[in-house]
Design a protein around this ligand. Structure first.
Ligand code: 5GP
Length: 220
């Protein structure tokens, strides 16, 4: 378990974006990651898609009707929103802003359209793309899932092709051959990003930052 240091309160919360084609193993990776970093919160999106068996309202998504989604969007309630696989998805703005202000890191599991918008709005956010080990393996995993109909699988594969093309706009990519290795890579990215000087408020615009640096390091 890795807790961020007390010095974290001295910095703005970081936004980590994780995108991957469905079937790449993103959910497993996120679950493992949150065990390693219990102080990272996961942004819970709103969606108009139907709830799948085993999913929980408020944990996996907030499942809402289209009318409610559109009303929330009109009120500026989403930091970003997108239409994915024929349904609407949106990242609620308030929890995101609160995390940043409170110095808490937040993880966003969103698609490439969302990642692009969040990067524009929050340039310090860190976008990571998770790739499946191969195209054949992605196909196999989607077919095995069984929760999606054939048409939906076809749509997801088409989307995957388009999404993988957007990888150039990401900061990091990992290939999910072994979940343990992917997790190790994610941990490295998070730890390195947390150490970025530019994230520490106290170090910005200080004439004499030396004592502050050592105080922060002593606390980490
Ligand atoms: P699923 O329906 O399989 O849970 O998710 C489908 C896709 O929608 C995934 O790529 C997921 O990352 C993306 N997604 C989930 N929530 C959001 C969101 O709030 N905004 C955007 N842009 N994409 C999202």
């Amino acid at each position: 378990m890795i807790q961020s240091s007390r010095a974290a309160s001295e910095r703005a919360g970081a936004i980590f974006i994780l995108s991957a084609p469905s079937g790449a193993g993103k959910t497993t990776l996120i679950n493992r990651l949150l065990k390693v970093f219990p102080d990272i919160s996961l942004s819970v999106s709103y969606t108009t898609r139907a709830r799948r068996p085993g999913e929980v309202h408020g944990r996996d998504y907030y499942y809402v009707g289209k009318k409610m989604f559109v009303a929330m969007r009109a009120r500026g309630g989403f930091a970003e929103w997108a239409s994915v696989h024929g349904s609407l998805y949106g990242t609620p703005r308030r929890p995101l802003e609160q995390s940043i202000q409170r110095g808490r890191d937040i993880l966003l599991d969103i698609d490439v359209q969302g990642a692009r918008k969040i990067k524009q709005l929050y340039p310090h956010s860190v976008a990571i793309f998770l790739l499946p080990p191969s195209w054949q393996e992605l196909r196999r995993r989607l077919a095995l899932r069984g929760t999606d109909r054939r048409e939906s699988i076809r749509r997801r594969l088409e989307n995957a092709r388009r999404e993988i093309r957007a990888i150039m706009r990401y900061d990091y990519f990992l290939v999910n051959r072994e979940i343990r290795d992917a997790l190790k890579c994610m941990k490295s990215v998070i730890i390195a990003e947390r150490l970025r000087v530019s994230r520490y408020k106290a170090l910005r615009g200080q004439r004499s930052a030396v004592s502050k640096i050592y105080r922060l390091k002593a606390e980490s």
